[in-house]
Ligand binder design. Structure first.
Ligand SMILES: Nc1ncnc2c1ncn2[C@@H]1O[C@H](COP(=O)(O)OP(=O)(O)O)[C@@H](O)[C@H]1O
Ligand SMILES: Nc1ccn([C@@H]2O[C@H](COP(=O)(O)O)[C@@H](O)[C@H]2O)c(=O)n1
Length: 206
């Protein structure tokens, strides 16, 4: 593909609405080639660990991510090469054996909590957005989502939140907002923000 791929990064707290914003943008660009990749696909392989050990991993610390592979993939997409994105299983706390083949589309939206922490990774994005959603709303949404879709119970969500999710947000994620081009309040249903982002992406694509 000769056309340059625009790489968009959406960061913010867990359950702040990153995926919803990305999915909304994909729908708005209906006829064009836009796709989404989750940073969660780049959690390190944990096949060598037992399930008891995997449960104890701090999934909100940058060390839990294979950011080397993510950076390599960002560079490959920019060079017009396709990538094989690992598939992640939250119930197993591990990558599966499957991958998703992703072609260098016109626009690729990456969403993830730690995307703006590593300088080389954040600089690979043409546009950087940060979801500014109050933490109490994020926790309420995370409780519902993790129990319904990620195989968790209320006690495990709350104890993980207190032990790692909130402290790592304070240490790494919240400070990384300074690297965003645009800070988005009111989550993934903020239609004015969506319209502004669409206009900017259109101007970069054309
Ligand atoms: N503005 C919103 N209003 C209502 N529910 C929302 C809103 N934004 C996100 N959600 C819901 O909250 C949950 C977490 O949102 P999601 O986009 O998956 O967060 P993230 O990708 O940041 O972890 C999902 O179930 C989603 O549908
Ligand atoms: N095995 C795992 C892997 C990740 N998490 C949590 O996911 C959150 C990031 O994903 P979002 O879609 O919420 O942005 C992160 O806060 C991790 O705690 C997990 O619980 N288990």
């Amino acid at each position: 593909m000769s056309q340059k791929t625009i790489l968009v990064g959406v960061a913010g707290a867990s359950a702040s609405g990153k995926s919803l914003l990305a999915e909304t943008l994909i729908k708005e660009f209906a006829s064009e080639h836009v796709c989404m990749i989750s940073e969660d696909s780049y959690y390190k392989d944990q096949t060598h660990l037992t399930m008891d050990e995997r449960v104890k991993t701090n999934y909100d610390h940058p060390e839990s991510m294979d950011h080397d592979l993510l950076l390599e993939h960002l560079k490959m997409l920019k060079n017009g090469e396709s990538i094989e994105v690992p598939e992640y299983d939250y119930s197993d706390h591990n990558r599966t054996k499957n991958t998703r083949h992703v072609e260098p589309a016109k626009v690729i939206i990456f969403e993830g909590i730690l995307l703006f922490v590593n300088p080389a990774i954040r600089e690979a994005f043409d546009l950087r957005f940060y979801m500014d959603t109050p933490l109490d709303i994020c926790l309420t949404r995370r409780l519902q989502r993790d129990i319904v879709s990620r195989g968790r119970d209320m006690d495990s969500v709350i104890s993980q939140y207190m032990a790692t999710v909130r402290p790592m947000f304070m240490q790494f994620i919240e400070p990384s907002r300074q690297h965003a081009d645009l800070i988005i309040p009111r989550g993934g249903k903020n239609q004015i923000a969506i319209d502004l982002i669409k206009t900017k992406i259109h101007s970069l694509v054309n």
